[in-house]
Design a protein around this ligand. Structure first.
Ligand code: DQA
Length: 145
């Protein structure tokens, strides 16, 4: 089984970026923890972060043949990107949406997501642990489908 972990803009700055909001763990640390957890379950995890919408879209298109599920934190694109939403719809790969912060407690413009209504589920506000919960849930979901 192969799972793609996609992280959007500014998430390469985790650890330095607003640590009171996003925590102190770096993206490399999160990816390492998740890859180890995936390996233990015989799952191959491919990790991609980009600040650019087209790189994320191209990666989703290229995943159509061999990726079984996606964990995505679209970051600021959550609230703006019809193009990224359409890319996920175009490949029909089941996905879970993750946000480190509780976007519903924050500014009004963060309350709307272009992804939540087409995701299997969403995990918000649980920090970096949210990615681990998403991996566990996605693997269980894929094993039972
Ligand atoms: C975020 C929330 C978004 O509103 C924000 O633009 C981010 C990170 C989160 O993980 O909490 O970049 O997706």
């Amino acid at each position: 089984m192969q799972i793609l972990l996609l992280n959007g803009p500014n998430l390469n700055m985790l650890g330095k970026r607003e640590p009171d909001v996003y925590g102190s763990r770096t993206l490399a640390d999160i990816e390492r923890t998740l890859s180890t957890a995936a390996q233990a379950k015989d799952v191959q995890l491919v990790c991609v972060q980009s600040n650019s919408e087209h790189v994320l879209i191209d990666k989703i298109h290229a995943s159509a043949a061999d990726v079984n599920g996606i964990i995505i934190n679209p970051a600021a694109f959550t609230h703006t990107s019809v193009a990224l939403r359409d890319a996920l719809l175009s490949v029909n790969i089941p996905f879970i949406e993750v946000h480190l912060s509780n976007v519903h407690k924050r500014e009004a413009f963060r309350h709307h997501s272009y992804f939540s209504d087409i995701a299997i589920g969403t995990i918000v506000g649980l920090g970096a642990n949210g990615y681990e919960y998403a991996l566990d849930a996605l693997i269980k979901q894929l094993q039972h489908s």
